[in-house]
Write a protein that binds this ligand. Structure first.
Ligand SMILES: Nc1ncnc2c1ncn2[C@@H]1O[C@H](COP(=O)(O)OP(=O)(O)OP(=O)(O)O)[C@@H](O)[C@H]1O
Ligand SMILES: [Mg+2]
Length: 268
């Protein structure tokens, strides 16, 4: 990337359907709502979830004649790493943050961007099926037996990055679609994550709980932070907005003195 000032946040997990696109979109819109200059690049030109979300958002703003803070967005067009570099440099220009959403499979473009990330976010569901990509647990005790290939891969990427430019990648595992009624599983996955985080060196942060609202907002491209455009909000939606704020705060991104604090956006 051409612009060294831009903080690169990559959402990646080779497992499909873990919430990469949903959390990437919400993070991008939250940062834009705070007054940051934000770009988002969609590395899944087949599924185009991020692109569709942003297009829907633009249409809602147009239809209702309202202003909605919206990041600049682009979808991967080229078929080479050089083309990706050019596209990402173009969108990163003058931006505080560039967010990258990657497909849920092994993908050369995703690996390339993950190795360059300042913050690498791996969303996962509270399920040992998702956990299996980063670590394997004992069938009886649920203790971590060994690291899985994805942890090894990121471990290697961080090592070569430190060697190449002395920079570190802040790897963050984000727990998405957490179900509150499933306390036993939540604790087991949480304990295994804690153990693995010490061995691999990632941070664990809270993400979004399982809520229909996160699926329902897609056609309008709105988020829970779009105060005043969502109609009457119930108590559970206000709690969901708080979760969203905590998720973005948990990313511990560099701050700019002239933008609002995360506590203030979309305040009820
Ligand atoms: N917190 C949540 N509550 C409810 N539904 C959610 C939540 N997060 C994601 N979803 C839903 O789960 C599905 C998968 O989410 P998403 O598309 O964000 O995952 P992904 O990791 O980007 O998937 P892929 O690997 O296919 O790109 C979608 O239907 C999305 O609406
Ligand atoms: Mg996706």
């Amino acid at each position: 990337m051409a612009n060294a000032q831009t903080h690169l946040i990559v959402f990646a997990n080779e497992k499909g359907g873990t919430g990469k696109s949903t959390t990437a979109v919400h993070t991008a819109i939250a940062l834009a709502a705070l007054g940051h200059r934000v770009g988002i690049i969609d590395l899944d030109p087949r599924q185009r979830t991020v692109t569709r979300y942003m297009e829907n958002r633009g249409e809602t703003a147009h239809r209702r004649g309202i202003n909605l803070p919206t990041p600049d967005f682009a979808v991967l067009k080229g078929d080479s790493i050089e083309a990706l570099e050019e596209e990402s440099a173009a969108i990163a220009q003058d931006k505080d943050f560039l967010i990258v959403d990657t497909p849920g499979r092994d993908d050369a473009f995703a690996r390339h961007m993950a190795a360059r990330a300042n913050t690498l976010v791996t969303p996962m569901n509270d399920s040992f099926v998702d956990f299996d990509l980063i670590g394997q647990v004992d069938a009886e005790t649920f203790k971590v037996r060994r690291l899985s290939f994805y942890s090894e891969l990121i471990f290697e990427a961080r090592k070569s990055r430190a060697k190449a430019d002395g920079a570190s990648i802040d790897w963050v595992v984000l727990r998405n679609r957490v179900q509150h009624h499933d306390a036993r599983n939540k604790k087991r996955v949480g304990d295994a994550l804690m153990e693995l985080s010490r061995r691999v060196g990632f941070r664990v942060i809270p993400g979004l709980s399982e809520r229909v609202i996160f699926r329902e907002l897609f056609p309008s491209g709105l988020t829970l932070l779009d105060k005043g455009h969502l109609g009457e909000l119930g108590v559970s939606h206000i709690a969901a907005r708080q979760e969203l704020r905590e998720m973005v705060s948990g990313l511990a991104l560099p701050e700019r003195a002239d933008v609002q604090s995360m506590d203030l956006i979309g305040a009820a």
